[in-house]
Design a protein around this ligand. Structure first.
Ligand code: FMN
Length: 208
């Protein structure tokens, strides 16, 4: 049996998604984005997510006042921007311009833009704010979802696993890559398992 080392209680849950959350005070204001690792899915019906944000962040008031934000899921091409937007503040500079990012309209959002060319974006409407301590929990309903066209097969099936999404683990950004299985694979029939796994393979030449 392995031995274990006890650590002080801390937020060790890993890996977590590291996402770029975009927001804007008003439709004609300068858009901003901050990096969030404390984000999660909290309900399926209605679809709801949470983000935890420190009140001192510049984005905090933009989101609290507009009642909206967009979660943009990052890939490796956006990993550097993801870090930059988590280090610099929109209080001091136009971070989107500094990172070469472009804001684009997001369906269902009045003020919050999406970030162009990122793999997927979720338009979120705040339903509740709960101060917890260092962070305030924002609960939000997902009112729109957009996924980049190249992540769909000709038959319409979506392949987020091809996006190389970035996750965050104890201070390190990592690419989510390599498929070990799919929902229900532990009980799938062998032919179903084989057919499905081929569609997740990086070499899909044998997949019609
Ligand atoms: C990987 C990473 C994850 C972060 N996660 C959070 C988070 O979950 N909540 C938060 O309030 N700040 C988080 N931050 C810090 C903010 O993104 C950072 O303070 C940013 O500069 C705030 O931007 P703003 O002032 O333009 O809003 C994170 C930073 C990094 C690099």
């Amino acid at each position: 049996m392995n031995e274990y080392r006890s650590l002080n209680p801390c937020c060790m849950l890993s890996p977590v998604p590291a996402v770029l959350v975009s927001c804007r005070a008003a439709p004609d204001a300068r858009p901003n984005a901050l990096t969030i690792a404390w984000a999660g899915t909290v309900c399926s019906h209605p679809p709801m997510v949470s983000v935890s944000i420190r009140p001192e962040r510049y984005s905090y008031d933009l989101i609290a006042q507009s009642g909206e934000f967009v979660i943009n899921m990052a890939d490796a091409a956006h990993a550097k921007a993801l870090d930059y937007c988590g280090i610099r503040s929109g209080r001091d500079e136009d971070k989107l311009a500094a990172c070469g990012l472009t804001a684009r309209p997001m369906p269902g959002m009045r003020t919050a833009p999406a970030i162009a060319d990122m793999p997927a974006s979720l338009g979120c409407r705040v339903t509740e704010m709960k101060p917890l301590g260092s962070h305030t929990l924002f609960l939000a309903e997902v009112v729109s979802v957009q996924v980049r066209e190249d992540l769909f097969d000709a038959d319409g099936s979506m392949h987020l696993e091809r996006a190389g999404l970035i996750c965050y683990s104890h201070g390190v950004y990592q690419r989510a890559e390599g498929v070990e299985g799919f929902f229900g694979w532990s009980v799938a029939r062998p032919e179903v398992y084989r057919r499905r796994m081929v569609s997740y393979s990086s070499d899909r030449s044998d997949h019609s």
